[in-house]
Design a protein around this ligand. Structure first.
Ligand SMILES: Nc1ncnc2c1ncn2[C@@H]1O[C@H](COP(=O)(O)OP(=O)(O)O)[C@@H](O)[C@H]1O
Ligand SMILES: [Mg+2]
Length: 412
């Protein structure tokens, strides 16, 4: 009989299988409590690909809307989810937000007509969308942001002081994921800075922004508006601990045994191997566990199942690579010598390494090494140390780990 695999290498993890992040959750809960009580707080979540930003945002949403209790009891916020793409313009962003608010709140007739009136400007700006893409459209962007902030403030006031037949809400939280995709004409940093200031001027204190993205989102925000970073408390998401990793495995097995007739166990030794291989990278944990679970046929996931699942053709490493790193490794890098440079650097994970140390192990000539380091830096695959000449490092530990594990395997 075929089994249902409980591990989720491709999706944010559900709240019942969520592990760790106690510090981050405390900060998010604190932010919600502050906002509920009129001291709005905004949080920026950054971290590498697959480190667990979207999963954390997902959990945050459940806390905000009261699906899960916080340390201050159940909360009752409206949550507005937006995923930014490189095509999202300011007008699209505002339209997405308006639609989401209408969906969440528009169930009551009286609120529906209130919303239609309060957000009527959105109908008008649809027409200007193409105009806003032009560089000289800053004035128009200002007006749109102003109208947006005003409508948002009105909406927030209404939901915290409801009329007869309407339920009171704690406020509105914006959950904005993949903000690193923002294109310049989204004016993302300026948007947050301006909106939060205007909300304050309108006396609206119950709106919280939680924004997530790759580490370079910080640069993007700052480029769009120098002080936009200051409105956020910054949380940087890192690897899970060894015990969190084991928790992920245990929860997964438990879940699997709930939904499958055939029961599955996993010995400590096999768990240790998943934990060691994955070095706390959530997407590696899920993928190694998924592949080992698939591999197993006798009810007990063994060390062999873990290894075969990890390294076989179509196994965990293949999947991780094609999902996260293969584009950088194969298509952005055409030369095997450049890849050799990356393999040498990966031995140091994402720590700084001197050019002279790379040279010792590199089999190509000096000029090639110089060219490789330059090209890899320009393509943002590696970083050059601004404060120390001749030092470089890989951008991401996850990428380093993948190269280390994958590099010894022949390319297909
Ligand atoms: N706290 C966690 N506990 C268990 N699994 C997690 C956790 N965070 C992330 N994962 C898993 O790691 C993978 C990547 O997570 P995701 O949230 O999509 O990362 P990101 O948004 O940073 O790219 C998913 O398979 C997800 O299920
Ligand atoms: Mg994500």
């Amino acid at each position: 009989m075929s089994k249902i695999n409980p591990f989720k290498p491709n999706n944010p993890v559900s709240s019942e299988m969520f592990a760790g992040r106690h510090k981050e959750i405390r900060a998010l809960e604190k932010g919600l409590y502050q906002t509920k009580n009129g001291f709005p707080s905004n949080i920026l979540i950054t971290g590498e690909r697959g480190i667990g930003k979207s999963s954390l945002m997902n959990l945050f949403k459940h806390l905000a809307i009261g699906n899960i209790s916080t340390e201050n009891g159940f909360l009752n916020f409206i949550a507005v989810n937006v995923v930014v793409s490189d095509r999202t313009s300011l007008v699209t962003l505002i339209r997405l937000i308006e639609r989401s608010i209408s969906r969440e709140l528009g169930k009551v007739e009286t609120v529906r007509s209130f919303l239609a009136e309060t957000w009527s400007f959105v109908q008008r700006i649809k027409l200007m969308d193409s105009g806003l893409d032009k560089a000289d459209a800053t004035d128009e962007a200002d007006i749109v942001i102003d109208e947006f902030a005003y409508s948002l403030a009105q909406t927030c006031t209404r939901i915290s002081n409801p009329q007869k037949g309407e339920a009171a809400k704690d406020g509105i939280v914006f959950i904005i994921d993949e903000a690193d995709n923002a294109c310049p004409n989204l004016h993302i940093g300026y948007f947050f800075k301006a909106v939060t200031e205007m909300l304050q001027q309108h006396g609206c204190e119950k709106v919280m922004f939680v924004v997530a993205g790759l580490p370079d989102v910080v640069e993007k925000l700052a480029k769009s508006h120098a002080s936009s970073i200051r409105i956020f408390t910054h949380l940087s998401v890192k690897e899970l601990s060894f015990s969190d990793t084991k928790y992920v495995l245990e929860r997964g097995l438990l879940k699997g045994n709930e939904v499958n007739v055939e029961q599955t166990t996993m010995g400590d030794f096999a768990k240790d191997h998943v934990a060691t291989l994955s070095e706390g990278y959530p997407h590696f944990i899920q993928q190694f566990a998924y592949s080992a679970y698939e591999r197993n046929t006798d009810g007990e996931i063994s060390v062999e199942d873990v290894f075969e699942g990890a390294f076989n053709e179509g196994g965990a490493l293949d999947s991780i690579g094609s999902r996260y790193y293969a584009a950088d490794y194969h298509s952005k890098i055409k030369s095997d010598e450049y890849r050799q440079v990356l393999s040498i650097m990966a031995e140091n994970m994402s720590d700084w390494i001197k050019k002279s140390e790379i040279r010792e192990k590199f089999t190509g000539d000096d000029q090639t090494l110089t060219d490789a380091l330059k090209a890899l830096t320009t393509r943002k695959i590696i970083l050059k140390n601004a404060s120390k000449m001749g030092e470089y490092r890989l951008q991401q530990r996850g990428f380093a780990l993948w190269i280390k594990l994958f590099g010894s395997r022949p390319k297909k």
